[in-house]
Design a protein around this ligand. Sequence first.
Ligand code: CMP
Length: 511
Amino acid sequence: MNGPFRLLLPLGVAIVLLAAIFRAAPRAPRRRLRRSVLLFVLYALILVATQGLEFVGGKSPVSSGFEFGASVLEVLLIINLAALALFDLLLHLARWDYPDIVHDLSVGAAYLVAAGWLMHRSGVNITSIVATSAVVTAVIGLSLQATLGNVVGGLALQVDDSIHEGDWIELESKVQGQVKQIRWRHTVIETRDWDTLIVPNSQLLTQTIKVLGKRGGEPTGHRMWVYFSVDFRFAPGQVVKLVNEALQSAPITNMLPEPKAHCICYDFAKEHKDSFAYYAVRYWLSDLASDDPTSSLVRERIYAALRRAQIPLALPAATVFVSQDDPDHAERKKGRERTFRREALDSVVLFARLSEQEKNHLADTVRTAPFSAGEVVTRQGATAHWLYILTKGETEVRVASSDGEERKVAELKAPSFFGEMALMTGEPREATVNAKSDIECLRVDKDDFKGLLARRPEIAQEMSTILAQRRVELMAVRENLDADAKKRKMVTERGRILESIRDFFGLSNGA
Ligand code: CMP
């Protein structure tokens, strides 16, 4: 093919080839391929129109205009196809995540050179245009000042590498968001409130920007503060210790394990008005999009830990509660609580042989112990002499086998109980029990039990049977025991456990 049509076929073949390669590489971006196809169709139409005009009326200024248009489209198409092959295929396959602006600038520069070349080919003297258009340039320069400032800003942001797409930043206006795109003129920032900010690049360059959660060589982690107050009846040392234990006992979603979350007491009564001390938990957030949900999980942990220790969150000193607290009302309230506790105790087979009076006594001594989802309630190997009656929620019992791997051995749903081994024998916890949901427990301590066992030592025998059943269950998981082996173990374990209970509670052997 000759004349103006000479590049039609090669360009068509190039587009088909590129389209085929794009099909084979499905993740390559296709939006610019579509633009090239459109340009090609337009180019072909104009070529046909030029030929048509020349065929009908010979060469005319109109047909020359069409021909010039076709050569402009031809050059545009060549530049676009080259950019497609380089940026959208080669660099994409080489996984170089180039910013959009690099593509736009390269293509823009190629357009300028092509425009110069086309003008030169049509006999326009570019040097004289450049020399004589100083005034025009100045006028255009002034009117485009703001736009140019943004473009240069965009370039600077790309080149100095200070902000990247994906970074979380805080602007001087205190608005926080994630950088989604750095474009020619502006930067697109998405906030947690589902809004999009379009910030002109020149503005970004002239303000101090906080890049959140970034420190050289460290994983992303932004320090967060969660505040609470506890009144002066409770020593800051005690509050700090128990909140630290609760925070560090089990991981919390989206919280970095290091630096560790911790609690500080950061102030006493402000302006001599309050009757409480101010505390804060500081933790490092790994996914900056989930700030509030993670702080909420932290508050759940704090709340459960304080309630377990019977420490209420502080109330403003001026709060006045008016309640109808006559003796009858108080008695009814106490009665309801005792019934609830009695029902919980009744659900524990371990206490089945206790008399009504003994159960009532126990109901008065147990204490409430809530845990939030994910918390470790007992940890394998820990020394703790109490048992939990699960009154609400679910837990998971896990045990580390000899190869060090933790396996689930049971799930307990309320009403249930756990931690009886350590309570009765004084031995370290045999398994780790995690709260699967928010749970409520009643805690029975060794001291609550001591007097009872001293009065009725025969209870120890029955308890040893129940304890042996659970222990053999655990052994079966750890050591792969068959039914016969389990039976044999049951006999030896029952004897051993009974011995341990007697030792631990100081009971005589005849009991
Ligand atoms: P303790 O050893 O004090 O602490 C961990 C607790 O997990 C343990 O007491 C039991 O209460 C509980 N536990 C261990 N094995 C099982 C099991 N197989 N089924 C139910 N609970 C168990």
